[in-house]
Design a protein around this ligand. Structure first.
Ligand code: SF4
Length: 371
């Protein structure tokens, strides 16, 4: 937990077409888009006494670049009337390449958006088709060119690896192509296939298969190699920044367990060791807010044991690592720490156990060893 001002997340739950691997909550066709944007202000207003000032604003999805830019402007204006933001706040929008036009990019810049996260996923057209993306590689290149020409100096590229038939050669080609654009940030997510997706169905029917663990491992190591050799800092398991100033300030709040408020269906919030989350339906969200109700459907108070385990889990996902004082609270922590250091999964740096590259590879399993 830190003293940083909280982060504000706004979920834009609309997509033109569902990608074959995605189980995030979003609607493909909805008549409620305009109403939804109006009601976001009502939900935000209900938090005006609990949250006062934010350090970051993140418009995520779904596909925030799908609705017309005026709706994005409207919601940013509404939020700015309700809350304060620190000067020079980081304001991020996630975009799909085929939504980016000069006009839209210019509008985003005029609204104060200073960080763009582009969902490119791959520079291979056959892979993009397999992933069910709307764009091809030429469209991705065009989107980056437009964003640069409209003055964006903090662009992130999102990529996916480790899916059916993926090879080291094709992943290297995508990574090498990505770094040629000198993006300030690169996120590389390892594919997991949720059951309730088109890809999940193909997997269940035996039409595709998951790639072997050994290849996943090699793809992860290749990711680190290509990006760090090109000057990127591997600061979180899946995230790389081309300098300290480009580390995602918003996402760092999740990893530091800093407070955050999430608005919109399925959004999660966290404050003072309490977590709560909203209903996962645009329709229900709108109906509840129109009636003056509350879209929150779940809430949990974290116990100290849960907080400690989360801190351990989140710490091992970042280059900061987990505090030795935290590890010392766990049974046999010292012995296990010695074994992890011997196996080169962590290195002891000052007051922290910092995951090595091999440690990052098994980051999600490390905390379980202490519990
Ligand atoms: S991956 Fe992104 S664009 Fe594709 S369906 Fe999921 S939220 Fe929508």
């Amino acid at each position: 937990m830190t003293d940083s001002p909280p982060g504000l997340y706004v979920h834009i739950p609309f997509c033109a077409k569902r990608c074959s691997y995605c189980d995030f909550y979003s609607e493909e066709k909805s008549s409620l888009v305009k109403k939804y944007f109006e009601l976001l202000g009502a939900e935000a207003g209900s938090y005006s006494s609990l949250f006062r000032e934010f350090g970051t604003l993140y418009l995520g999805g779904g596909t925030p670049s799908l609705p017309e830019a005026a709706l994005i402007e409207g919601v940013i204006d509404a939020l700015s009337r309700i809350f304060d933001f620190v000067p020079g706040r980081e304001t991020t929008i996630e975009v799909n390449p085929d939504d980016i036009t000069k006009e839209k990019a210019r509008s985003y810049a005029a609204f104060g958006i200073n960080r763009i996260s582009v969902g490119i996923q791959s520079f291979d057209d056959a892979e993009l088709t397999f992933l069910g993306r709307r764009h091809d590689s030429d469209t991705a290149v065009k989107a980056i060119d437009i964003l640069r020409s409209e003055g964006f100096s903090n662009i992130g590229i999102d990529l996916i690896y480790g899916f059916h038939d993926h090879t080291e050669e094709s992943w290297r080609r995508t990574l090498v192509r990505a770094v040629k654009f000198l993006p300030e940030h690169v996120s590389c997510y390892q594919m997991t296939v949720p059951v309730n997706t088109r890809m999940g169905d193909l997997l269940a029917e035996g039409k595709i298969s998951e790639i072997p663990d050994d290849l996943q491992r090699r793809l992860f190591i290749l990711t680190d190699k290509v990006l760090t050799e090109n000057g990127y800092i591997h600061y979180e398991v899946s995230n790389f920044a081309r300098g300290e100033e480009y580390i995602s300030r918003h996402n760092t709040r999740y990893w530091d367990r800093t407070d955050y408020l999430g608005l919109g269906p399925s959004a999660h919030s966290y404050r003072s060791d309490c977590r709560w989350w909203n209903v996962s339906s645009v329709e229900e969200y709108c109906t509840l807010l129109e009636k003056g109700g509350d879209p929150v459907i779940g809430r949990e108070e974290l116990t100290q044991a849960q907080i400690d385990l989360e801190d351990l889990y989140l710490g091992f996902r970042t280059r900061k690592g987990a505090a030795l004082s935290l590890i010392a609270q766990f049974v046999s922590g010292d012995r296990i720490l010695g074994e992890l250091a011997e196996d080169r999964l962590v290195s002891i740096q000052g007051e922290y156990a910092v995951p090595t590259l091999s440690g990052f590879l098994v980051a999600d399993r490390l905390p379980l060893l202490f519990y």
